[in-house]
Design a protein around this ligand. Structure first.
Ligand code: AMP
Length: 287
């Protein structure tokens, strides 16, 4: 079975398996993180409940650094738009707010990770279950390339519901807008391409309630798995802790970032990623 994937760089490339953003200038970073916690390859997960801002934060990271985002939801939406067999199944699963089977997801994402080889990557929305996490761990440890960082975006549910209802997406790129916090410059249009924005079919109250239920039932055990693997975890309340430089890091695998808005969480995420992966080159769009 062919396993096309969507790897978000500056724009999505729906039919390619690898698309890595290149960089055009160098920049030096200062960081308070000790060298011992720095890694030579970015192998990172960004997790969190639906609407917690995974897409927003990972796209922001991509505007700073050169690496590849592999978004599970984007991979499925690409299959849907191409009308593949997986896409037909994904269409009804996504509309109902439930989850695709673990083995299908692992084969889609696993083949993309393999194609990325030793380059820097971030997974958005995968793994979502304990089964997927175990399959991913097995695959990575067989190539001695364990995960370096798992970031959980911890946002209160009532705030997420408001976000979901106000969320508009530029489907080809995955760029996300929020009519309250981050409106497009021209109503209904993508800032970069001017193309129309769409409402995701699953961004409604009913489907959201199901997605949250799936999240608690299936994703919580996955989070617990990585908390246990991490031993000590770094838990930052970004609403209170406003200066990221004052947070001491010890290279923890699991980092919990609690906040009400993406803007509260973002400076902490940026500092952590810079410190952990100092080799990352700046992205073209930050030039
Ligand atoms: P997202 O764009 O990450 O919110 O994902 C949209 C929908 O795609 C989810 O609500 C699920 O139905 C499905 N999906 C995304 N990632 C996964 C995954 N890792 N495992 C199973 N289903 C997934």
């Amino acid at each position: 079975m062919a396993t096309p994937s969507v790897l978000r760089t500056i724009r999505l490339s729906p039919l390619t398996t690898t698309s890595i953003a290149s960089c055009s200038r160098s920049r030096s970073f200062t960081t308070s993180t000790t060298l011992s916690s720095a890694s030579s390859q970015m192998r990172m997960l960004i997790v969190g409940s639906p609407g917690s801002g995974k897409g927003t934060q990972s796209t922001r990271l991509l505007s700073h650094f050169s690496f590849t985002i592999l978004s599970a939801g984007d991979v499925l939406r690409s299959h849907i738009s191409r009308g593949t067999e997986i896409g037909q199944r994904a269409d009804s699963v996504i509309k109902s707010g439930s989850l695709m089977p673990d083995d299908i997801m692992m084969s889609l994402i696993g083949s993309s990770i393999t194609s990325l080889s030793s380059s820097d990557w971030l997974l958005d929305g995968f793994p979502r279950t304990l089964g997927q996490a175990q399959m991913l761990d097995t695959m990575l440890s067989s190539s001695s390339s364990d995960l370096e960082l798992v970031v959980n975006l911890d946002v209160p549910e009532e705030i997420i519901l408001d976000r979901i209802l106000n969320r508009w997406t530029h489907l080809p790129s995955g760029r996300v807008y929020n009519l309250t916090y981050n409106p497009p410059k021209t109503p209904g249009k993508d800032d970069i391409t001017g193309e129309p924005l769409s409402k995701r079919q699953d961004d409604n109250v009913e489907t959201f309630a199901n997605r949250l239920k799936s999240f608690h039932k299936q994703t919580e055990p996955m989070l617990q798995h990585y908390r246990e693997k991490s031993g000590s975890i770094l838990d930052i309340d970004c609403r209170v802790e406003t200066d990221p430089e004052s947070v001491e890091e010890k290279g923890e695998l699991f980092v919990n970032l609690r906040g009400d808005t993406s803007n509260q969480i973002w400076p902490h995420l940026l500092k952590i990623v810079r410190g952990r992966f100092p080799h990352l080159k700046p992205s073209q769009s930050s030039a």
